[in-house]
Design a protein. Structure first.
Length: 127
């Protein structure tokens, strides 16, 4: 269904430090930049991009929007969360942990990136 996800940033270098650290905790590689200075992260067939807004206006986050990433284990989710907080992210929602929801038990961790985008990492335990 998805081809890519792109978020805006007002500080490419700050975003690179944050996303290199958080994606590194999930087994991803550091960003490569394209000819327009956009950061590109590729992993498991997915593409995540970070860019200054094309219209030249200030980047802002979506109200009610969340971008979710998969974690292989609760420990990997915790490492992602810790890497994010250590690199300019802000913890939000409840602390990382198990939650019971309509999809069963999930291990979730939430952060806001340096530009305020809401991110979640999710681990689905084996049934």
């Amino acid at each position: 269904m998805f081809s890519h996800v792109m978020v805006g940033t007002n500080d490419v270098e700050k975003s690179k430090a944050f996303y290199d650290a958080t994606f590194g905790a999930l087994g991803g590689k550091p960003a490569r930049a394209d000819e327009k200075g956009r950061l590109l992260y590729m992993n498991n067939g997915g593409l995540f991009m970070v860019t200054p807004p094309i219209d030249g206006k200030e980047a802002c986050h979506a109200n009610g929007g969340t971008i979710g990433f998969a974690a292989a284990s609760p420990e990997q989710a915790d490492a992602w969360h810790a890497a994010g907080v250590a690199n300019g992210g802000i913890a939000c929602e409840d602390p990382p942990g198990y939650r019971q929801g309509s999809f069963g038990q999930l291990y979730l961790a939430y952060l806001r990136d340096p530009d305020g985008n809401k991110l979640c990492v999710l681990h689905r335990p084996a049934a």
